[in-house]
Unconditional design. Structure first.
Ligand code: KG4
Ligand code: ZN
Length: 334
């Protein structure tokens, strides 16, 4: 089954053709990072406008790169949420129009499930496993019992991990998006500064918190500035990254112990972080877990992951969406 997938939830206009959930035939992305960089973050209205300019070309490119035409495509899939409403609407409306014009079934996909499904691409991963999800909008640990049977074990009480990376980067004078910039700067520093590392473990849930860590970095930098001292930017980046990542790795460890599962898959933009990948691999080797993460190009937003998720939704009996499908700023985690 070949699925044409469309994703426009934030600042990437993306389309892909994915075969049977695991094989990517094309993966086209028009990134708006350069446009938003001068504002230090994504400006929703500008994102929507640029999606409308790019979407037709991106979808055409995905079809051309895959060598596919209308008759080769079995279904159209689109991210309906979570994300920026105006941005999502561009993808949703384009997908609705295309599905209607082509007479193909339309499937609505959760962006969160897309990030998780990125782990199925070019891989043989099958449920059950624990998924550690860390993106700009979500931080959670889930028990994936089946392709469509997800159970949240805990999530952030406040900010998402990626959001903290972005804010810490901004106060350190780094450009948007902050995650890769912090990662680069952290390589030049030492994690020598103590920073908040809260993980709230209760019998029934695992929680994360990032707002305290974020505020700590903001105050720390301001204190150096007020004292007129040099800011040890690289050490702050390394210390922040260590605190942010250890929270994630600890939560994964608790989730694996609690579920008795032996596989953890990392997902979301923060899963591109080499320090996180190394730390979770190390902890996995020490504990005998199998650790999986998507290829780097499928960690941050893309449409291939939406095509992968759609395939497993369809295979599991999901009904097609109607043409009244609407975008949603938030979607349930599981
Ligand atoms: O999954 P994603 O592309 O979009 C959302 O669904 O939110 O995640 C974007 C987030 C941003 O906060 C970005 O700074 C972070 O992922 N990110 C990283 C890295 N690459 C992207 N964080 C840490 N290290 C990275 N290498
Ligand atoms: Zn995302």
């Amino acid at each position: 089954m070949k699925i044409l997938a469309i994703e426009s939830s934030c600042d990437e206009t993306a389309a892909a053709v994915v075969e049977n959930g695991r094989r990517v035939l094309s993966n086209a992305v028009a990134s708006q990072i350069e446009i938003h960089r001068r504002f230090g973050g994504v400006v929703p209205e500008i994102a929507s406008r640029n999606h409308t300019l790019s979407i037709e070309g991106v979808v055409k490119k995905a079809l051309d790169d895959a060598g596919c035409a209308r008759d080769d495509i079995d279904a159209v899939a689109v991210t309906y949420g979570a994300g920026l409403l105006g941005a999502l609407l561009v993808g949703v409306n384009f997908a609705k129009g295309l599905a209607y014009a082509w007479g193909k079934p339309l499937y609505a996909v959760s962006h969160i499930r897309g990030h998780i499904a990125a782990n199925y691409i070019d891989s043989d991963l099958e449920p059950p496993y624990v998924c550690l999800l860390a993106s700009g909008g979500h931080t959670a640990v889930l028990e994936v019992r089946g392709y469509r049977d997800l159970h949240s074990l805990g999530q952030s009480r406040d900010d998402a991990a990626g959001e903290a990376f972005d804010k810490a980067a901004r106060v350190l004078g780094l450009s948007y998006p902050g995650g890769p910039e912090i990662e680069k700067l952290a390589r030049e520093g030492k994690p020598s500064l103590a920073m908040p590392r809260p993980v709230f473990k209760r019998d029934d849930a695992i929680w994360f918190s990032y707002s305290g860590l974020k505020t700590f970095v903001v105050n720390l930098v301001h204190n150096y500035e007020q004292r007129g001292e040099d800011i040890p930017r690289a050490d702050i980046a390394a210390s922040f990254q260590s605190a942010a990542v250890e929270q994630l790795v600890d939560a994964a460890e608790t989730a694996l112990a609690r579920t008795g599962l032996d596989t953890v898959a990392v997902a979301g933009g923060v899963s591109a972080n080499a320090y996180l990948r190394a730390r979770i691999k190390e902890r996995g080797e020490a504990n005998g877990w199998k650790v999986r993460y998507p290829s780097l190009r499928y960690c941050t937003d893309n449409a291939a992951m939406i095509g992968a998720a759609a395939y497993f939704e369809i295979a599991g009996g999901a009904a097609p969406a109607s043409l009244t499908l609407d975008a949603a700023a938030t979607v349930p985690l599981s």
